[in-house]
Design a protein around this ligand. Structure first.
Ligand code: HEM
Length: 532
């Protein structure tokens, strides 16, 4: 039967549409593979075509492993998305992060509301300098010396709890160090921000903060890698699902600020005492104020990261007995009592302690995500990174986990060897090692809280080792935190402390069993430490 004119028109329209779609697809694929300014850079085929490659692994919280694997396959520069390059050398680290012609990627804004920014999300370098100058004095070495007694008070609570666990058989004496150090980290940063007692170590009621931070970071990391999502309806879904946790958290931060602004600015050695003149907040409209925005970031930056570093050291010490013995000997010969452990030449002289902290952060960085950067939009000069011309509009960065596992800088990258950080290894190797250390990033946008991170981790580790001996918990609990033999997701090394990359790193374990050291005649907050 002959086709009608209407049917002919419809089938021609379908055929026309199909040809158009096929031609556009072929053009799109050819462009991204052959004509795109980054087409000459190696990388997985799917990554050259779509940002979904990195996005998917970001959702799976293991993009750091994939980037490391891709560098092993494709070399020191990899095209990890249609418009993204990751580099894997110390030279690139310097070229990117210590370069005034480079700014943070525009996608940092996808985690802001109404484009109101804080020190972390300010994109232009001059705006960032202003913001950094405001908060930095609160976390310098000097500020830490005033804050140290308060930090030590919180650490005493942690030590008492470890002591109690060591003396109990029900519940199990095993302590989950991720949980313990995270509680401690939050209590310390609450004190540091607004002299506020969050009481996370001792009470349940504020522990929801960890969940709220988790979702905030995870969402932010997904948007860094799939920025289109932040503009879609899915953002509202995130808001809806996590509304309750976020709202509760925001109310708590409001309470913290309100209770602090009523006191004299010098009443406590906290962030507020440094920023009160510059970052004012009207008690009736705290949300959205600059003080509020800085506080939200400050609490996450300080509360989430140090715990990962400390748990990682515990994990690796429990599995590397020779390192444990060396560190214990250093600490126990440097101090006369646990209460002597404080900032000073003795603590600064504990080189092996510092080496253990470095080595643990090398293997399991507390921030393992690529910190994306781009050329300043106002700069029109050609940009070269590690000898490669990088077209404008490209996002680029170095992934800390991948660089920290690059054999060029760190032979046997999956072995815990604190000695690699000590000058006694000789041959100028340590300078090369330090040049490739990216845990705190480098340059003007590097971590402002380094002094606090080293102080907190040094005090916790040194005091713990002075007072206790410890080992991995017996049975299955000993495996928590490590990889699984035979795993196909890149997490197959039992002796590697696994991190879930959600911008900051999430961890679990290690579970440890503690034993108070005999004969040290020590007290923690008035409780005698007795060998049982
Ligand atoms: C082991 C612990 C820590 C690690 C590994 C770490 C790592 C980092 C990294 C990699 C950045 C750069 C982020 C980016 O470029 O997007 C950063 C920024 C920052 N960190 Fe830390 N951090 C730690 C602890 C702390 C602590 C305890 C504080 C204090 C509360 C802090 C405050 C900050 C601030 C204010 C920034 C923003 C700096 C700026 O943009 O100028 N950090 N941190």
């Amino acid at each position: 039967m002959a086709a009608t004119a209407g049917e002919l028109t419809l089938s021609s329209a379908i055929a026309y549409a199909s040809y158009t779609i096929i031609t556009a697809t072929i053009f799109f694929i050819s462009y991204r593979l052959l004509l795109h300014p980054l087409s000459s850079y190696p990388g997985p085929l799917v990554a050259k075509l779509t940002g979904g490659y990195a996005g998917l692994y970001a959702i799976q919280k293991r993009l750091h492993i994939i980037i490391w694997r891709d560098h092993e396959r494709y070399g020191p520069v990899v095209r990890i998305g249609p418009d993204r390059l990751v580099f894997n050398t110390a030279t690139a680290l310097k070229d990117i992060y210590q370069n005034d012609r480079i700014v943070k990627s525009r996608h940092y804004l996808s985690t802001t509301r109404n484009n109101i920014v804080n020190v972390f999300t300010a994109i232009p370098n001059d705006l960032h300098r202003v913001k950094r100058k405001v908060i930095e004095p609160a976390i310098t070495d000097r500020a830490m010396r005033s804050f140290e007694p308060i930090m030590a008070g919180q650490i005493d609570i942690y030590l008492k709890q470890v002591l109690e666990a060591s003396q109990s058989s029900t519940p199990s004496p095993a302590v989950n160090m991720t949980e313990k150090t995270r509680h401690l980290g939050l209590d310390i940063v609450g004190q540091l921000a607004f002299g506020y007692d969050l009481g996370v170590q001792t009470r349940e009621d504020n522990r929801f903060i960890m969940k709220a931070m988790y979702f905030g970071n995870f969402r932010g990391n997904i948007f860094h890698h799939l920025p289109g999502l932040s503009k879609l309806y899915i953002n509202r879904i995130f808001d809806y699902v996590f509304y309750e946790a976020r709202e509760k958290y925001w109310r708590l931060v409001e309470t913290m600020i309100k209770s602090r602004v009523t006191l004299d600015r010098h009443a406590k050695p906290d962030l507020y005492s440094f920023v009160a003149d510059t970052l004012t907040a009207n008690p009736d409209s705290i949300r959205g104020s600059h003080l509020w925005l800085e506080a939200l970031f400050f609490l996450t930056a300080g509360g989430d990261t140090v715990a990962t570093a400390i748990s990682a050291v515990f994990f690796y010490l429990a599995r590397n007995r020779a390192c444990y013995e060396t560190l214990a000997a250093e600490i126990r010969s440097s101090f006369a009592s646990a209460s002597d452990i404080k900032t000073g030449p003795q603590l600064a002289g504990c080189a092996y302690l510092r080496a253990c902290i470095h080595e643990a952060m090398r293997m399991s960085p507390p921030i393992a995500t690529t910190l994306w950067r781009e050329q300043d939009p106002t700069d029109d000069q050609p940009l070269v990174i590690d000898g490669h011309a990088v077209p404008k509009g490209t996002l680029f960065g170095v992934n800390p986990y991948a660089l920290h596992h690059n054999k060029e800088y760190f032979p046997e990258p999956f072995a815990f060897r604190p000695e690699r950080w000590l000058s006694s290894e000789g041959g100028g190797k340590t300078a090369r090692t330090h040049d490739a250390f990216a845990a705190f990033s480098v340059g003007p946008r590097a971590c402002a809280g380094k002094a606090m991170a080293y102080l907190e981790s040094s005090l916790v580790l040194a005091k713990t080792l002075w007072l206790f001996d410890f080992e991995a918990a017996p049975g299955k609990l000993a495996e928590v935190g490590g990889g699984r033999v035979g795993g196909t997701d890149g997490r197959d090394r039992p002796d590697e402390f696994q991190i879930m990359d959600i911008f900051t790193s999430r961890t679990d374990g290690p579970y440890l069993v503690f034993r108070p050291r005999g004969g040290v005649g020590e007290e923690i907050g008035g409780i005698p430490v007795i060998l049982i």
